[in-house]
Each structure stands twice: as C-alpha cells, then as structure tokens.
Design a protein around this ligand. Structure first.
Ligand code: KMT
Ligand code: NI
Length: 179
C-alpha cells in the first residue's frame, strides 16, 4: 500500500527520502484523520477505467488534465518545482493521480510535523482544502499526474502563513481540534 513517514529536519536535497532513523511510518488511518484520502487504481487503463469513472462521478471531479513534471516536458520547470515545494494551502481539495513515475507529497500533521507521502504509479490522493502541504519530485526526477478538480479549476496557492484565512480556520476546526 501507500507508504508515508515522518521526515527528518535536514536541509539536504528535497528529492531524497528524508526518513527518520529509525524510520517512523504513518498509516493510512493517520492520514485519514488529517483529511487525506487515497485510492489505488490501474494507471495503465486510466482512459477507460470504470473505477476511476465511478470515483469522478461520486466525488464530482468534473475537470481533469494531465501534467508531466520533467525537465524537458514542463515549461519553467525549475521555477515551478520551487513553487510546488513552498509550503502552501488551497481553497479547494488538491486531487492528484499518478499515471507514471513517482513523487512526494508532504503534509503537516496536528503537531505541525512533516509527513512525506511516497506516491507511485496508480496512487490517487486527495489533500483537503486548507491543509498545509508541498510537492517534490524524488531522485527519479519524473512524474506524470492527472489533476482532478470539482468544477472550474483554481490553482492559486497561498503560501504559509495563511492562518487567518477562512479555509484554514475551517480545516483546523474540522481536522485538528480534539473535542
Ligand atoms: C500543488 O499545488 O502542490 C501542485 O499542484 C503539485 C504539483 S501536481 C503533481
Ligand atoms: Ni498544492
């Protein structure tokens, strides 16, 4: 299944795994508690896959496009990778389905620690609106991902700090508050 772990604090290359020693893994259950959800699909059949169709219908993911993140494929590659790795949030869910290659999504936990999620071919993930996160390629320097969205896509990112925004307040009161 999906592998996730707590990150070390070293400022080494962002593309490295940054595992703690010993490794401290994070379960799907713990991710769910942060509002992060995951499906495993067959990426080879994404064009006709009835399972993907069903998820898109049920979740209302009407929009989709495909982005290839590689030096020779993505315009302004360096600049975009730098942007993706800035800690940020969005007003909407971020939904990504890895069709080829692999990459990392990092999300903050309740105690503001970084969790690194290793996304491989076939992994579909949803990050809730208002969660602080970032994205990086790993040492393979290549991924191809489907971007899904409910309605017309809004890509705007709000870099941290965005703690006073309504969406951050909503996220923290829903997922980070223990009653
Ligand atoms: C984002 O907002 O973090 C991204 O779009 C990441 C790159 S898409 C694989
Ligand atoms: Ni994002």
């Amino acid at each position: 299944g999906l592998e996730a772990w707590y990150m070390d604090g070293s400022d080494e290359d962002q593309r490295k795994p940054h595992r703690l020693n010993p490794n401290q893994s994070v379960s799907l259950d713990e991710l769910r508690k942060l509002g992060v959800f995951h499906w495993k699909l067959n990426a080879d059949t994404h064009e006709t896959d009835p399972e993907l169709k069903k998820i898109r219908k049920e979740q209302g993911y009407s929009y989709m496009d495909i982005i290839t993140i590689a030096r020779d494929k993505l315009p302004n590659y360096e600049e975009k990778l730098k942007m993706f790795y800035e800690e940020h949030l969005h007003l909407d869910d971020e939904i990504r389905y890895i069709l080829d290659g692999q990459a990392y999504f990092d999300v903050r936990d309740k105690e503001d620690r970084w969790i690194r999620i290793a996304m491989k071919k076939g992994d579909l993930i949803t990050l809730p609106a208002g969660i602080y996160h970032r994205f990086t390629l790993d040492e393979t320097n290549y991924t191809k991902a489907m971007r899904l969205f409910v309605g017309e896509p809004v890509w705007k990112a709000y870099n941290r700090p965005a703690d006073d925004s309504d969406i951050r307040q909503k996220y923290t009161s829903f997922f980070l508050t223990v009653i």
